[in-house]
Ligand binder design. Structure first.
Ligand code: FAD
Length: 290
């Protein structure tokens, strides 16, 4: 099947892009890597009168580190992030999660901003952004704003972006000190969207006591989720194996994961708890390393 006809625009600046969005608003969609949008257009699951291609807007690509933050431009390819040693050094959790996205060919085209804006609840990058407390830099023709990831994801494939707004960049906080990070997920086949996954970050003091903990769960609800009670239960402790079992159960106890042909809600809750436990154990071990 072919997409329904649309008018194609290829601006080369953010100013021109947001101008087009202001002009065409709800008749318009931006095209980034096309790895989600193009199949949806081709299958006619959606249609727009105007498509605004971001691939010539060079100022939307690139990674820079300043003042405790890694800024990743929205059009930065997922594969570029995966191969950048500066990303692995600054935000190890992001580097750990990206290889789980689809296949190499998809990551060659897919962008960081596209994944965040698409807001699939089983996607890796929204969960990482949520866990780390990233901020989303957003622009329209009339204003710019920064939104915490916790306020950005509103539901399945739904964000707080208005029709005339463009995601410009994602600002990931750089965790310094004795930190450990781990990302794991379960999928039916390599490259498939995850049934469930967990992004975990911890910071410990010199004695191995956890000072800060952040968990981002994917595939466990309509948006990426943080389990605040489980995070609070880790802080101030040096959890042993049975503590980790308890914290893992706490993390999923009041969740209602989706129930579909790929896995039941109960199954997702079980693997979610397992992944919380294993990622926490790995992250804590890394944070305690001298
Ligand atoms: C076979 C297959 C397997 C996949 N597996 C996974 C997986 O395991 N995990 C995963 O996370 N993803 C997976 N994907 C999706 C892939 O990661 C996409 O790259 C991603 O979802 C969207 O990024 P994109 O750059 O391709 O965006 P596009 O497809 O171009 O756009 C997606 C949506 O985001 C909007 N958008 C894009 N950029 C912006 C912006 N800067 N501002 C505002 N809105 C914007 C578009 O308008 C559109 O609505 C898979 C895709 C395929 C085809």
């Amino acid at each position: 099947m072919k997409p329904a006809p649309f008018e194609y625009h290829a601006p080369d600046s953010v100013v021109d892009t947001v101008g087009l969005l202001a002009e065409h608003a709800d008749e318009c969609k931006v095209l980034a890597g096309g790895q989600s949008l193009v199949p949806m257009l081709a299958l006619r699951l959606t249609r727009f009168e105007h498509i605004v291609d971001l691939n010539r807007v060079d100022e939307l690509s690139g990674v820079s580190r300043t003042n405790g933050t890694l800024r990743v431009g929205a059009m930065t390819r997922q594969r570029a992030v995966e191969r950048d040693p500066g990303v692995a050094a600054a935000v190890p959790l992001l580097a750990a999660a990206v290889p789980f996205i689809g296949h190499t060919q998809i990551r060659n085209r897919g962008t960081v901003g596209g994944s965040i804006a698409h807001a699939d609840p089983a996607s890796e990058l929204p969960a990482v952004a949520l866990a780390l407390g990233a901020e989303l830099e957003i622009a329209s023709a009339s204003a710019t704003r920064r939104v915490p990831a916790a306020e950005f994801f509103e539901g399945t494939w739904t964000t707080c972006l208005a029709d005339d707004e463009l995601l410009i960049a994602v600002h990931f906080p750089v965790w310094e000190g004795r930190c450990g990070f781990a990302f794991e997920e379960v999928a039916r086949r390599s490259g498939d969207f995850a049934l469930a996954g967990v992004a975990t970050a911890v910071e410990a003091d010199a004695g191995g006591i956890v000072q800060r903990a952040a968990l981002g769960l994917l595939g466990m609800g309509g948006t990426p989720l943080r389990p605040p009670a489980a995070e609070a239960a880790i802080v101030g402790r040096s959890p042993n194996a049975s503590d980790l079992d308890e914290i893992a159960m706490l993390a999923v106890s009041d969740l209602d994961p989706p129930d579909d042909v790929h896995g039941s809600s109960t199954y997702r809750r079980r693997i979610g708890a397992h992944l919380v436990r294993t990622t926490l154990a790995r992250a804590i071990e890394e944070a305690r390393r001298p």
